[in-house]
Design a protein around this ligand. Sequence first.
Ligand SMILES: [Fe+2]
Length: 243
Amino acid sequence: MPARAELSPFGLLVTPAAGEDVSDLAPALLARWVGQHRLVVLRGFRAVSPDCLADCARAFGPLLRWEFGEVYDITGVDPVLFHWDGPFVEQTPSYLLFHCPAAPSAGWAMTFCDTTRLLASLSRAELRRWASVTVTYLGGYGDCVCTAPLVDIHPITGRRILRFQEPHDPGSFTIPLLLEFAGSPDAAALVADIRDRLYDPRFGITHRWQDGDFVLVDNHAVLHRRDALGAATPPPLHRVHIL
Ligand SMILES: [Fe+2]
């Protein structure tokens, strides 16, 4: 049985028993852990190939297939602001599974924000105001248009979650993402307030990648961002989307 330790302010760190591989972990156990903690770091397991990563993830649930396949190589040349994955696809992935076979020697980090905690910090009046807001996203990596309520309901747990992608200033990002708000009289103040809370350490955890790390994330409850990384070969991070 692997060892477990709670992370702060949220998340679970799991390390293997002797000889245990990531594929030995029962999917039902992983589902319970990610349901309870929203983020699970598997550290100390043997690194796996991209194909094996997809097989491990498939045991957990069906995978979203993109035009490039099921496994995406994240090279991380550009910084990425807070977002959830798959806003433009028909079915939002429930989970993200990242694997870092070999971490960059200069270090690299990804930050996760537990939006259930963030929303719990709002007063009733603030929550009511946020819940009346709808955001339309234009552009971004899919160069699409999608509309989502700012406060949504988690399709599995039924808890309130924050759906938000930080805007990309066209002057600073090669791929701009513009936001239009309905239901908010002062969108600039609202964005500033959301950003303050997204970067509040009470709700977020920064994961510094180590060789072999796997990270399983609840993509509905948790938003994520990452720092920029210089060109890296081979790609330091692989990711699959689990529906
Ligand atoms: Fe992402």
